[in-house]
Every structure is written in structure tokens, then in C-alpha cells.
Design a protein around this ligand. Structure first.
Ligand SMILES: Nc1nc2c(ncn2[C@@H]2O[C@H](COP(=O)(O)OP(=O)(O)O)[C@@H](O)[C@H]2O)c(=O)[nH]1
Ligand SMILES: Nc1ncnc2c1ncn2[C@@H]1O[C@H](COP(=O)(O)OP(=O)(O)O)[C@@H](O)[C@H]1O
Length: 400
């Protein structure tokens, strides 16, 4: 709470609101939602990131919200458009992988966090182009064949799937590479990072700590790929109760004897570790089958048959098209552009001055199929070129 900075008081009184950039050189926008005015932009706190302040008009007070998620770095300006429960931020002059952001103000995640913390919460989520489907969570006892099935999927569809590289405190096996199979880490380091909120979920499994960092999932989403998480039942339960939407698959062995055979034949664990994994397997299978966590149970008896079933339930049966990417491919938003909104289409009017006359390229950003969001990226965005015009748009609400 506190006094409104003087320049803002003037701006709040004089400026037409919503999405307009304030004309005081601070690269801030105001978006009014009910009684709250979200002032977004600037880099007054020395962090070079876009900051958020909220002015509550009914109380006449400033609110300093708790801000979750990776903050976008400040830019030479941005447009702001309110969409139901979040504010779309289009950064001017930014590169294609850094131009679309969402400030979530009333999503399920934000409401959950507000309830937990008892304070005003907003959350940043970066927008990614492409229609990568929901992440896939795969669980099952040690030695059942999760890693084998995931490797087959990644080999057949390298541009479609990306593996969420977990952190673990267990020692690497012979062929395992740090940063590829796991991020191998010290217990104290991982515990500190968990405390700092860097993990989506974590669990103690077979005597070691394992966890999925928010970044591990974000890196895959940024590449426009569908994320695969190989995590235990406790981790799956945590993800199920989080706001990360996913498909949950539990892999079962045909029998305990076969599971033991596979674990022993793999030859990666000591006798003591094998016995521990087998002891834990019975409880894991019990929970996997009986809990409401999993959408699908797959029996991995014959590997090829199981793999075909896995593909089918991921919608990959028969001929599979590559993940659709933006119709425009790489596209950098120019510094000089204005933004309008028609239903769930955002029209971006890119203005470029040539030698003879000014030309305007219209780009449509389709936000009708938004998926995901904090904690993580917002997927399902698409750009399309919709033409070049010399006149402005008629009958559209101009926002910035
Ligand atoms: N909760 C959680 N479990 C994980 C994570 N990464 C791996 N696991 C699980 O930890 C267990 C042991 O994994 P690992 O040591 O690689 O042995 P494996 O299952 O025999 O290959 C498996 O059930 C994995 O699914 C994670 O990030 N979070
Ligand atoms: N359907 C199957 N039939 C026989 N062996 C299998 C089958 N699926 C996996 N395996 C083998 O079982 C061992 C354990 O598989 P792995 O993928 O490492 O299990 P997990 O990742 O679940 O611990 C590996 O040696 C693998 O080659």
C-alpha cells in the first residue's frame, strides 16, 4: 500500500484507459478490470524486468502484488489486452521467442495461490506459438519399461515430444549423462531450490530425492513440443492436484516375476537396490491401479504391442502429421505496431514507412485455443498474416 507516484496520478486521471501506453516515457500500460487498474511496465526497481502495480479504485490505494513466474525483461514498449482472466502483453521490437507474455490475474492457479498466501497474486506465463498437446505423465514401478517406451516415442517423433529432465540426488548409471537423463545434483542444493519454489513437484523415491523443475517443463514447451514426464506415483499425484493439465498413464508389469527379471537383466542396480525397488513396486502398482490419478493403465507385456497402445491413446495411431507450427514461421513484432481485438482474435497492425508511402501489414494472433499457463508456458497460440492495407481498420476497438 502507499502513495501513487505523482506521474501516475496524473496519468490515471487524464489518460483514456485500457491497453494504452502512458505518454510519460516509462513504457507503462494500464488495464482496468473492475475496480482494479493494473499498471504494467517500466523498470523502476532496477531489475530490468517488467513490473506490476495495482491501483484499487474503490479503496484509493496501491496494492503491491506477489508476482509468480519468470518476469519478462522490459522492452521498448508493449501493448496490453485483457482476455477474460489474464492480460496479453505484446512486447514491441522483441524477438519471436520473447514477444508474447501473459499476466494471469484471475486464473485457477492465481486464485489457488491467493488463497494459500492470503495476498494479491499475479503470475507471469510466457506464450508459445504452436499447438503442442497436454504434457504426458508416465509412472510405473522400476523396471517396468517406462524409459524404454519413452525412448521409442522420442525416436519415432523427435519433433513432437520433449523429455522433462528431472533433478535427482541418486548417482548416475554408466550410460547416463548429466542434463540429458537427469540433472544429477546434491541433496542440499536441491532442497534449497525446492524451498525457493523452483520445483513443480518432488518426492523421495527408493531413498533418493527426485523432482521436476518448472524450468524442465518450460524448456520443452518453448521448443513447441509435447512434454513427457517420467515420475513416480507421488509426483503424479502432486501434478494431478496442480494446475498443470496433463494426460496420466500408469505402466504395469505382466507379473512381479517378470518385473524382477527385467530389473535384474538390466543390470544397473546393486542387489540391495533391486530388493528395495521390488519392495516398493507392490505398493506403487496398488496405488497406480486404485487411485484416481491415472487416466490410462497400460500393461507392458509384449513391448511392441504396448508401444502401439501408447501411441494410440496419445492420438498417434496411423498417419501422424507433424506438430503444427505458426503459419508465419519466425516473426518479430516491429517497434511500431498497434493492436485491436475482435472476439478471441488479436489484430496486430504493423506499420512500416517506405520511401513512397506508409504500408500496414495485418497479422492475426489467434488466442481462441489457449492452453496451459502458470506455472509454465501458455500454449496454443498461432499467428497468421491476413494482408497488407493502406487504410486503417474500421469498426475495431483500438487498444494501443
Ligand atoms: N516424483 C518424481 N519421480 C521421479 C522423477 N524423476 C524420476 N522419478 C521416478 O523415480 C523412480 C526411480 O527412477 P530411476 O532412478 O531413474 O530408476 P528406474 O525407474 O528404475 O529407471 C521412477 O519411478 C521414476 O519415475 C521426478 O522428477 N519426480
Ligand atoms: N515389454 C518388455 N519385455 C521385455 N523386456 C522389457 C520390456 N520393456 C522393457 N524391457 C526391458 O526391461 C528393462 C527395464 O526397462 P526400463 O525402460 O529401464 O524400465 P523403467 O524405466 O520403467 O525403470 C530394460 O532392460 C528393458 O530393455
Amino acid at each position: 500500500m502507499g502513495e501513487a507516484p505523482a506521474f501516475l496520478v496524473d496519468d490515471l486521471q487524464n489518460e483514456p484507459l485500457n491497453g494504452f501506453e502512458l505518454k510519460n516515457g516509462t513504457c507503462k500500460t494500464i488495464t482496468t478490470i473492475g475496480n482494479k487498474m493494473y499498471v504494467i511496465g517500466g523498470a523502476d526497481d532496477g531489475t530490468l524486468s517488467i513490473e506490476v502495480q495495482i491501483f484499487d479504485r474503490s479503496l484509493g490505494e496501491w496494492i503491491h502484488p506477489t508476482v509468480h513466474g519468470t518476469k519478462p525483461l522490459s522492452s521498448k514498449g508493449h501493448s496490453a489486452v485483457f482476455l477474460n482472466d489474464r492480460i496479453l502483453i505484446l512486447k514491441k521490437g522483441a524477438k519471436s521467442d520473447d514477444q508474447i507474455w501473459f499476466l494471469e490475474v484471475d486464473t485457477q492457479y492465481v486464485r489457488q495461490q491467493q488463497k494459500q498466501l492470503g495476498t494479491e497474486v499475479v503470475a507471469w506465463s510466457k506464450g508459445v506459438i504452436g499447438n503442442a498437446e497436454k504434457p504426458v505423465v508416465i509412472s510405473g514401478p522400476s523396471g517396468v519399461g517406462k524409459g524404454t517406451l519413452i525412448s521409442m516415442l522420442m525416436k519415432e517423433f523427435p519433433s513432437m515430444f520433449g523429455f522433462s529432465v528431472s533433478h535427482t540426488t541418486r548417482a548416475p548409471r554408466g550410460m547416463e549423462k548429466d542434463g540429458v537423463h537427469y540433472h544429477f545434483t546434491e541433496k542440499s542444493v536441491m532442497e534449497k531450490e525446492i524451498k525457493d519454489g523452483k520445483f513443480l513437484e518432488f518426492a523421495s523415491v527408493h531413498g533418493n530425492l527426485y523432482g521436476t523443475s518448472v524450468e524442465a517443463v518450460e524448456v520443452v514447451a518453448d521448443a513447441g513440443k509435447r512434454c513427457i514426464l517420467d515420475i513416480d506415483v507421488q509426483g503424479a499425484r502432486s501434478v494431478r492436484s496442480s494446475s498443470l493439465e496433463a494426460v496420466f498413464i500408469f505402466v504395469c508389469p505382466p507379473s512381479m516375476e517378470e518385473l524382477e527379471k527385467r530389473l535384474r537383466d538390466r543390470g544397473t542396480e546393486t542387489e540391495e537396490q533391486i530388493l528395495k525397488r521390488l519392495r516398493n513396486a507392490a505398493a506403487e502398482i496398488e496405488q497406480g491401479k486404485s487411485s484416481n490419478i491415472f487416466d490410462f493403465i497400460l500393461y507392458n507385456d509384449n513391448l511392441e504391442e504396448c508401444y502401439e497402445k501408447l501411441k494410440k491413446l496419445l492420438g498417434l495411431g496411423g498417419c501422424v502429421a507433424a506438430t503444427p507450427k505458426s503459419a508465419l514461421g519466425e516473426f518479430n513484432l516491429p517497434l511500431d505496431h498497434s493492436v485491436s481485438k475482435i472476439d478471441d482474435k488479436i489484430i496486430i497492425n504493423c506499420i512500416s514507412s517506405g520511401l513512397e508511402k506508409e504500408s500496414k501489414n495485418l497479422i492475426m494472433l489467434d488466442v481462441s485455443a489457449l492452453k496451459g499457463g502458470a506455472p509454465g508456458r501458455t500454449r496454443g497460440l498461432d499467428f497468421q498474416a491476413i494482408g497488407s492495407f493502406s487504410d486503417g481498420l474500421i469498426g475495431m476497438e483500438r487498444l494501443s
